[in-house]
Every structure is written in structure tokens, then in C-alpha cells.
Design a protein around this ligand. Structure first.
Ligand SMILES: Nc1nc2c(ncn2[C@@H]2O[C@H](COP(=O)(O)OP(=O)(O)OP(=O)(O)O)[C@@H](O)[C@H]2O)c(=O)[nH]1
Ligand SMILES: [Mg+2]
Ligand SMILES: [Zn+2]
Length: 318
């Protein structure tokens, strides 16, 4: 039987137990889950330099352990390198109120983890499911040009789910240099061209637009009509909701509000996503849940908000 390899995202015979491309061992737990029919979700986190990708991924992992009701979902880490990164880098950094250093590799070795969850599509019908997440952190510099996307992160061609992180507040501060709609459009435009050149296609990708660092908008006057949908805090995940029956609706309703906002304000960006990409969803998040001290780049209170929404949406649509 062929196994979908989490490292090169191609197939290898299961008896090989390692990736012939990278030489890395494919964990037996991964192979077993694959054979049991676990859903596989390769996900890339992309976005301009400093938009918050590494902080977001760290917070996402933290939130999977600490913010979601275990009634919804439980987690297993599938290899030592993922455990190392979580235990030595991601969690201690955030728990100390610090941010991660800038990413210096074009893309990091993926985090590989397994989620077990129940999908209650109807109140009387509960199905247990397994999903394997293969999460790729990437370097922001990749997204400056079409050729750097192609050369530095060609794996994107085989990754069906893309979280585009956007630090809208910073872009708005710089709008005199370049209009925000153009800067946003440019990112998905370059990605579109790179995917075509790599013999893939934007139409095959689910794209989740994540307006991150949303804490920066919280102090804004709530009546400031221009950015109103961004001044609201993302919801906490609470036990009394079910993953499918209720929370999916919450995400999709919110996405509709945000998509109207984007359509109105950043129409070129909206149209390329709406017309040229596959499924899409808009969300907001704050990886730290508080406004950091700008001078020291540290924060005292850590409470990630909205960070699991992209994954929950993906789990619900498959
Ligand atoms: N206000 C606020 N600032 C954030 C948040 N997340 C990240 N930041 C800021 O953004 C900076 C960059 O975050 P990173 O996660 O390193 O960004 P990145 O996209 O991984 O950057 P590269 O790896 O260099 O492309 C941090 O040092 C913080 O100053 C957030 O949730 N809220
Ligand atoms: Mg980074
Ligand atoms: Zn491989």
C-alpha cells in the first residue's frame, strides 16, 4: 500500500517506512492511522515577513491542548521533532511572555500531529474521526516574489490548505506607501502565478484568510465604521457548543460578515479569492490575546483567541 508522505507530500510504499526524498523516518503511528483511513490535512501558513506566522503556529498548538474542550477533540504528537519544537521552543517562549525569533529557513520541518474528534452532524448521530495535521511554517521573505515562492517553497504545490496570515493594522499604517488592497491582492496574485508554474492551481486550494494581531484593533472606537468587524473579540471555545452543529455556524456567520467587509474595502483582493481560489473562509485571531508592550516586544497576559478557527473550519468541511 502507498502512504502519503508528510515530508515530501508524495506517495511511498508503506514498507519503506521512510521518505526516499528527505531520508526522514515516517512514524509508524502515522502509517497506522493512514491505513485506518485518517483524514490528512497538510496546511501551510503563509504571509509577509513579520505578519505573525510562527507566533500563530505556536499559539495554535498551545490552544489545541489548553483552550479546546477535550470533549471536542484530543491530540497526539506524532514525532520527536514536533515534540521538541513544541516543548523547547513554542510553549516556553509564549509562557514567558516572549515572541519567537524571525524564521530563518525557507520552510521549517512540518509539525505532525493527530487529532481524534467526534463530529455530531445530527444530535443522534455521532461519528468518531481521526485527522492528521501536517503544519508548515514558512519564512515571510518567500512571498516577496513569484520566483522566490517557487524556488523556496515548491512543496506548496502539494498542500491543499493555505492559511494566509494578514497583519492588516500594519498594512493600514503604511497605506501611503502602497494601498492596502494592492498589497493584499499582490500576495494572492503571486501565489496564483507560482502555483500555475508549479503545475498546481489556486482552484485546488482551500484558503483561510486570517486577520491576525486583531488585538491591535480593540482600542479602536467601536463606532469607527470602517473597521467595525475587526473591533470584536473572537469567541472562546466553550464546552456547551458542539464542534459541528454549532461552532461551524459561528465561524461561517462570522466569515460572512468579514467577507462583506473585505469585499467592500479591499475589492480586488476579494475578487481574486472569490473567483480564482477553491473554498475560502475569513477569520480573525489574536495569537497572544492582548496588546504587547511595543518597546520590549513582550506581553504579560497570554490568552490566544480565535487561533483554532481555521482548523475547525477545515475539519467541518471535510
Ligand atoms: N499585537 C500582536 N503582535 C503580534 C502577535 N503575533 C505576533 N506579533 C508581533 O509580530 C512579530 C513577528 O511575529 P512572528 O510570529 O515572528 O512573525 P513571522 O510571520 O513568523 O515572521 P517571519 O518568520 O520573519 O516571516 C512579533 O515579534 C510580535 O511583535 C499578536 O497576536 N498580536
Ligand atoms: Mg516566522
Ligand atoms: Zn517523502
Amino acid at each position: 500500500m502507498n502512504i502519503f508522505c508528510p515530508f515530501c507530500l508524495n506517495e511511498h510504499p508503506d514498507v519503506d517506512k521512510k521518505c526516499s526524498d528527505t531520508g526522514k523516518a515516517i512514524p509508524q503511528t502515522y502509517i497506522n492511522a493512514f491505513k485506518r483511513g485518517a483524514l490528512i490535512f497538510p496546511v501551510a501558513v503563509i504571509g509577509y515577513k513579520g505578519c505573525g506566522k510562527t507566533t500563530y503556529l505556536s499559539s495554535l498548538v498551545y490552544a489545541l491542548y489548553n483552550k479546546l474542550p477535550t470533549k471536542w477533540l484530543s491530540i497526539m504528537i506524532l514525532n520527536q521533532s514536533t515534540l521538541d519544537r513544541i516543548e523547547r521552543e513554542y510553549i516556553p517562549t509564549l509562557r514567558n511572555g516572549n515572541f519567537p525569533p524571525p524564521t530563518s529557513k525557507f520552510f521549517e520541518e512540518p509539525l505532525i500531529l493527530k487529532l481524534s474528534y467526534s463530529m455530531t452532524k445530527f444530535s443522534f448521530f455521532e461519528t468518531k474521526r481521526e485527522a492528521i495535521l501536517i503544519l508548515y511554517d514558512t519564512m515571510g521573505g518567500n512571498y516577496d516574489r513569484v520566483d522566490t515562492i517557487k524556488e523556496n517553497f515548491p512543496l506548496i504545490k502539494n498542500i491543499p490548505n493555505i492559511i494566509v496570515l494578514i497583519d492588516l493594522y500594519s498594512m493600514e499604517l503604511e497605506r501611503n506607501k502602497i494601498p492596502v488592497d494592492m498589497k493584499l491582492h499582490s500576495l494572492v496574485n503571486k501565489l496564483y502565478l507560482a502555483l500555475d508554474d508549479l503545475d498546481s492551481s489556486a482552484k485546488e486550494k482551500n484558503i483561510i484568510v486570517n486577520f491576525t494581531k486583531i488585538d491591535k484593533f480593540w482600542n479602536m472606537n467601536k463606532n469607527h465604521d470602517d473597521f467595525k468587524p475587526l473591533t470584536e473579540e473572537p469567541m472562546e471555545y466553550t464546552k456547551d457548543m458542539t464542534l459541528y452543529g454549532f461552532y461551524k455556524n459561528v465561524i461561517e456567520k462570522r466569515s460572512e460578515v468579514l467577507s462583506n467587509f473585505v469585499k467592500e474595502k479591499y475589492s480586488n483582493f476579494f475578487e481574486i479569492i472569490d473567483q480564482e481560489y477553491g473554498g475560502y473562509c475569513f477569520i480573525t485571531s489574536s495569537s497572544v490575546g492582548t496588546k504587547p508592550n511595543e518597546e520590549t516586544n513582550t506581553f504579560s497576559h497570554y490568552n490566544p483567541l480565535g487561533v483554532v478557527d481555521p482548523l475547525l473550519w477545515l475539519l467541518c468541511i471535510y
